[in-house]
Design a protein around this ligand. Sequence first.
Ligand SMILES: Cc1cc2nc3c(=O)[nH]c(=O)nc-3n(C[C@H](O)[C@H](O)[C@H](O)COP(=O)(O)OP(=O)(O)OC[C@H]3O[C@@H](n4cnc5c(N)ncnc54)[C@H](O)[C@@H]3O)c2cc1C
Length: 409
Amino acid sequence: MAKVIVVGGGAAGLVAAWRAASLGHGVTLLEANGRLGVKLRISGGGKCNITHDGPPKALLAAFPADQARFLRPSLHAFGNGAVLDLLRREGVETYTRDNGRVFPLDRPGSAAAVVAAFETLARRAGVDVRTGARVTALEGRAPRLDALLADGRRLDADIYILATGGASYPETGTRGEVPGWLRPLGIPVRPWFPALAPIPLARPRSAWEGVALRDGELRLCAGPGGRRLAAFAGDLLFTKSGVSGPAALELSQAVERARRNGAAWLVHAAVREAQEAVDAGLQTEARANPRLRAATWLQRHLPERLVDDLLEEAGLTRGLMLKDLAKGARKALVELATALPLGAPQPVPLARGEVAAGGVDLAAVDPRSMALRGWENLRVCGELLDIDGPVGGYNLQAAFSTGYAAGTI
Ligand SMILES: Cc1cc2nc3c(=O)[nH]c(=O)nc-3n(C[C@H](O)[C@H](O)[C@H](O)COP(=O)(O)OP(=O)(O)OC[C@H]3O[C@@H](n4cnc5c(N)ncnc54)[C@H](O)[C@@H]3O)c2cc1C
C-alpha cells in the first residue's frame, strides 16, 4: 500500500483523500487553513450547490469542449448520483431546484454539513488530517517528486496529490501560488484568469444599486455600436461599482478577454426581439393607445426606478404620450428597451470570481488518473486544473470527480 500525501482540504482534496484511504493507502491530508473546506462552506451563499441534475452527457455539455473531453472519464466514474448517494449515507439529504441545481435540504449551515460529511468519510477511512499545514515548496524533478515542505518540515510520500484549488477568494486559503512551483518543474500551467465574477463598470450606476433586471440579456460588444461578441440571458443586478448576478458572472470571462484586447462594451436587452420589431410594436401601440405615456410603456420592460433617469437622459419628458413621440424619440425609447448601454467594463477582479480560469494544462494530465504525464508520483485535481464550468453546481462536481480519479490509486 502506498504512502500518499494530499495537499488541500477542499472539495477535490477531501474526496481524493477519502478515496485513496478507502482503497487501503496510508493518506495524510495537509490543509493550510485551521479547518477543512473553507470555500465549500461559503459556496452557493452558504447553501452549497453541490452538483447539477442530469445525465453525464448533459453535465459535460455545460463545459467548454476541451474541458468536457477531459472530464468525461472521471465524471462517468464518479458522477452526480455517486456524490449524492455518498452524502445521503452520511445524513445529508438533498433536493433539486427547477433549474437543475442540487442543494442540501434547506437548513442553517447546510454547506457546513456537506463539509462535515466528507470530513467524516475521510477520517473514518483512516486519513490523517493535518490542518494549519501550508505547503511552501516541492522538491524533486521529473519523473519523481521527492518531498514537500509544510511549515518548515520536510514530508515525503510515494504519491503526491495536489488539490490546492484556484486563485479567487484568497481569504479562503487559495492564494494561487502552486503554478509558481509547477512551472520550474516543466509542468505547463495556464495563467489564472478571472471568471464567474462581478463586472465593474467605468461609469457605474451606483444610484441603481440593488435594482435587478429580470429575464433580459447582457451583451458584450466590440465597442459602442460594435458587433456582438458574446451574450448571456439571465438576471442582472446593479451594484455600487458595476453589475453582478447570473448574466454578469457568466459573461465576465469573455468581458475581461475583450477588455484586454481593447474592445469591450456592454449593453442590456430587456426585450430580446430585433429593434425593428419592437419599433413596429410601439407604433401599433401608439395608434391603439395614443394617450399611453412613454414612461408607462418603458415600465413594462424596465424597473420603475430606472425609467425616470433614463427618460431624462434621453431628453424625454415623463408625461410624454405615445401620440406625441417624434421618430427620433421613438427610436431612443426602443433603444432603451433593446440595448440599454452600460458602457465600458473595468478590469474584472480575479479575487471575486466563483472560480479562477487557468491552471494546469489539461493536455499534461491523464484524465483517468489525474497523473501528470512524465511523472510517476504526482497527480493534480480540482480547480488547480484548467477547468472552469458555469454557475450551477458544475465546478464542485468537477472537483469531486477529478478528486475521486486522483485518489483511485
Ligand atoms: C463564493 C463562492 C461560491 C461558490 N459556489 C459554488 C456552488 O454553489 N457550486 C459550485 O459548484 N461551485 C461553487 N463555487 C466554486 C467551488 O467552490 C470551487 O470550484 C471548488 O471549491 C474547487 O474545489 P477545490 O478542492 O479544487 O478547491 P478548494 O475548495 O478551494 O480547496 C483548495 C484547498 O487547498 C488549500 N490550499 C491551497 N494552497 C495550499 C497550500 N499551499 N498548502 C496547503 N493547503 C493549501 C486551501 O486552503 C483550500 O482549502 C463557489 C466559489 C466561490 C468562491
